[in-house]
Design a protein around this ligand. Sequence first.
Ligand code: XMP
Length: 321
Amino acid sequence: TWTMGNIIDDQVAAIQAQVGSAEVICGLSGGVDSAVAAALVHKAVGDQLTCVFVDHGLLRAGEAEQVERDYVAATGIKLKVVDASERFLAALAGVTDPEEKRKIIGREFIRVFEAAAREIASAGDVQFLVQGTLYPDVVESGGGTGTANIKSHHNVGGLPDDLQFKLVEPLRTLFKDEVRALGATLGLPEEMVWRHPFPGPGLAIRIIGAVDRERLDILRAADKIGREELTAAGLDRDVWQFPVVLLADVRSVGVQGDGRTYGHPVVLRPVSSEDAMTADWSRLPYDVIAKISTRITNEVREVNRVVLDVTSKPPGTIEWE
Ligand code: XMP
């Protein structure tokens, strides 16, 4: 019979056969795919694996800590953390165009990852790069296993020719739900295993307007409340994704505490979907929405209005940018 234990044993043997005694690196994003792929490789080759986590400063509350602390505690993986948030923020300063934001983030990510990879590679014989490619990605890109360049979760470019890797892709035959089950069996943190899809460019494309540290902090606080209340209502697995979007250049008048305020709106964008190609707005219970709205306007001083996005995809995309 085909069990999680079998999959793990088979993959461990296959990875050992492929990698031998060479060194391996893996970029962690905070998402489940790279986390499970790395955990499998670690099980197979232990400290021959070094993971790299580029903290671009655009993750949600608690997510960097989840990788740096909980994931490392659960797996014992050797992790190199690069705190690059200053660099990403400097590169993003004043940029409002969504595609421009993506381009900058992709470019900076590759530069930072490449520098970290070089450091690790100069210390040993690194020949392999782990990728959390799933079966649907394989089908979409027409099969064929890669031998060369990185295809990162940011969907951008590749490492230069002198930094080529053979790919280790232990999830190539699996679907998302199988990857989650595998992650749970491997003892990964629950929040990571069940994390909703989250875009590589992170919160930068959920701030409508230019991105800066203060705006990120506002959005992070509002987003955290949305996630907490969705979880408290037991609705995490009914919702595909729940972006919270900050309309950073919009202000409206409100009354909060004992005074008039001129704050920002946030948009709640919970959607249900099968594959993100199409989506419908989630009919969350009104009392859950009410609780989120009350908490955000009470607890996040800069936000005085909460609105609900009731647009399906198409015509609206899931993200606002
Ligand atoms: P849209 O907004 O196009 O999103 O309906 C569809 C799915 O893709 C995710 N998304 C991204 N993922 N880099 C990513 O890695 C991106 O630039 C990006 N933009 C959107 C989005 O969160 C949803 O799951």
